[in-house]
Design a protein around this ligand. Sequence first.
Ligand SMILES: [Zn+2]
Length: 415
Amino acid sequence: MSGSCFTGDMSFDLLIKGGTLIDPAQDLNGPFDVAVKRNRVAAIDRDIPAESAMRVIDAAGQIVTPGLVDLHTHVYYGATFWGIQADPVAARSGVTTWLDVGSSGAFNVIGFRDYIVRPSRSRIFALLNISSIGLTAMTYELSNLAYCDVDLCCALIDLNRDFILGVKARIDSNTVGAHGIEPLRRARQAAERASLPMMVHIGLAGPSIREVLALMRPGDILTHCFTGQTMRIIDTSGKLLDDARRAWDNGIIMDIGHGAGSFSFETAEALVSNGRTPDVISTDIHQMSVHGPLFDMPTCLSKFLALGMPLEAVIRASTARPAEVMGLAGEVGTLRPGAYADIALFKLLDGDYTFYDVFMNARTGKHLLCNTLTVLGGQPMARLPDGPTMPWIELTEGQRALVARGHTPGAKGCC
Ligand SMILES: [Zn+2]
């Protein structure tokens, strides 16, 4: 523990007191107070006196975690099909670090930087789409190879290395059109030339999961890893494919990316019974999935509690592990003294909760994580209404049924 000296002269700006801290990066799970000075964590200790801080937040009965790190999001609001506003969701979900994966490509990443990354309070990073038009539209971004320009992709990465952390490609039958695996070959070249990882989205074959895995390297991320679509990583009997097992064991990161079409309880249960849980739990939150059954990160994490993952493992997969994957370990995803004071408070509610996958298959769970406060860089975030739903978004029948049952973004039976 960091030994702090308490002189009674208000050493700290903020103190989160009396909660149960779960910080897997430090192997901490127990009653610890968290003290903040300016925008960084200053001390973690069993009992830090209330008099030592200007402001004290009582966390009794609550779980305190590092601000959550979401490895798969879409926050290029106003310029792309999928983008939502990050800050309102951050304030109500505990997600303080956001990786936007491929919303921007070479032609629109400068706008992403100037109009989204810099003005937002949330910490936003990006993977650059190998398609220079990014996710301006719903799909087809890789079906014109003229948009898959490796030189241009690398040039824009080099101009923006402060927030671009890798390359993104969506590989499914719609996005690639007639070009099969060629767009992924180009993403591979760009990632190698930039010495950065690449994230590959899978869905409906087109290219097969085997062709995709063959082009991936340790440190790359397979997102939608628990998909129920035809590129899934299990065979029809529910066994993990040999190629996927080898890739996983060799260091490819398996990331959930729940989204609107990419999380299946059947696949998840098959993998859990193979002894496999995801490396990273991320949301793929966007204009569609924010309306359920994804809703937000705490709901997504609660589904993994329902699948039998321990709470500490679920928090690790949404803090320490994604921070590591992004190369930000020690700065975010932990409350180690010196890290950014990004902190999330949760109630762990007990009851009977129904959770749905993207096919509206239901499972019940006994716990629901519910965010009560998000602190970003030492400052509590004010709750704001979510940004507007775009005119081109039409809720599915399943989503409308959820709304009729009172499940709305941010109010899934929550605090
Ligand atoms: Zn996505």
